[in-house]
Design a protein around this ligand. Sequence first.
Ligand SMILES: NC(=O)c1ccc[n+]([C@@H]2O[C@H](COP(=O)([O-])OP(=O)(O)OC[C@H]3O[C@@H](n4cnc5c(N)ncnc54)[C@H](O)[C@@H]3O)[C@@H](O)[C@H]2O)c1
Ligand SMILES: [Fe+2]
Length: 405
Amino acid sequence: MFDKNVVIPEYYEFFNSVKVISGYKALETIPFELSRLGAKRPIIITDKGVAQAGLVKHVVDSFGGTDTVVGAVFDETPQDSSNVVVNQIAAIYRAQNCDSIIAVGGGSAIDTAKGVNIVVTENTDDLLKFMGNYRLNKPMKPFVVIPTTAGTGSEVTMVAVIANPEKNVKMVFTSELLLPKVAVLDPRMTASMPPKITAATGMDAFTHSVEAFIGTQKNPISDAFAAAAMELIRNNIVTAVTEGGNKDVRLAMANAALLAGLAFSNSMVGIVHATAHATGGVCHVPHGIANSILLPYGLEFYIGKSDKSPKTKEYIESLLLHVAGPEIYVQTPPAERAGKSIAAIRNITSELKKLCGLPVRLSEAGVTEDKLESIAKTALNDGALSFSPVEVSFEEALGVLKAAY
Ligand SMILES: NC(=O)c1ccc[n+]([C@@H]2O[C@H](COP(=O)([O-])OP(=O)(O)OC[C@H]3O[C@@H](n4cnc5c(N)ncnc54)[C@H](O)[C@@H]3O)[C@@H](O)[C@H]2O)c1
Ligand SMILES: [Fe+2]
């Protein structure tokens, strides 16, 4: 599965405590899982698009004939969730005597639910006090996540990103305590995802696995998860877009996104996510679309800096095995492998562009040229950049954005 470039670091840590339940009837296990955690009155946190697709109904129906009673449903989570919404949901949780949280949705609903868990566990009205790394101490409320996009992997990550509209910044909360107790992957929950969201969120997961595989904190465990994720996505993303109702393919993509989440939650991401976060912040480009556009350009940047980090180029050579498959890998001379890895990624994104209009350039995603400097400036302050294998200057970040424009 791996080539010679995979080495064991002198020291590393890997952690994940989430119980994963994956399958065609996975939803039906939730009442049992809640009861094991001493809970039976969950609040369901979701958004309008997910509720309108009938997905909350699937969840509630699966509780039939059990002790589990839905305490409340909040379906107004906005795309960029904020501390204001988190506090509003926490008030509903308390008023309805809920004892647990179920997130049903993509990264937006899941991260909001993580924020609510902080507020109700810490019994506070001020989420902001807990911003930053490792500020939480109390065991959290029972928390089950049902992802409805196959993208962020937030169901297994210890991070929540929540906006603070007053200060116009995105706040990051990191703690092992934020990890859900259970992640439920059920293909009924992603079957309704429209083609373009399927492509964009799938490419977010692909970017997690690629950046985890070449990142500074990579290790044999994150490599194994990242490689499995890349292979599943390579083999399934196009069919997920063209045959949304194909349950096997949906389950494969859901597993891929989770595997990529396990990988990057430990080995982190780099310049692609830093510039993608900034593109989202400045121009409101959806997270998966920004990553999909910027991924090949970020990798080209790393190759151009191989004098500073020769190892990174070797890792990009090794990527070929996972993004293109063993046949192409063995047929390609080592000196051509890095370039071929990027070409293989471009093949996937240009196919997705043809099938569902996924943009491959920033100019196609609503970004205007006059915004590039502001995006580059914002990217330099993004936490992901501290994990880039090479230092990135303002001019270099701008160069990547101009190339992708
Ligand atoms: N915490 C983490 O580890 C982490 C990692 C990456 C990204 N994120 C965050 O996640 C957010 C993005 O999440 P996302 O990409 O999953 O998208 P999302 O949650 O914003 O959902 C996108 C849209 O798809 C719709 N949708 C979702 N599932 C659907 C389904 N099955 N059928 C029909 N419609 C559906 C939603 O209603 C919404 O309109 C960003 O805010 C990003 O910052 C968090
Ligand atoms: Fe991401």
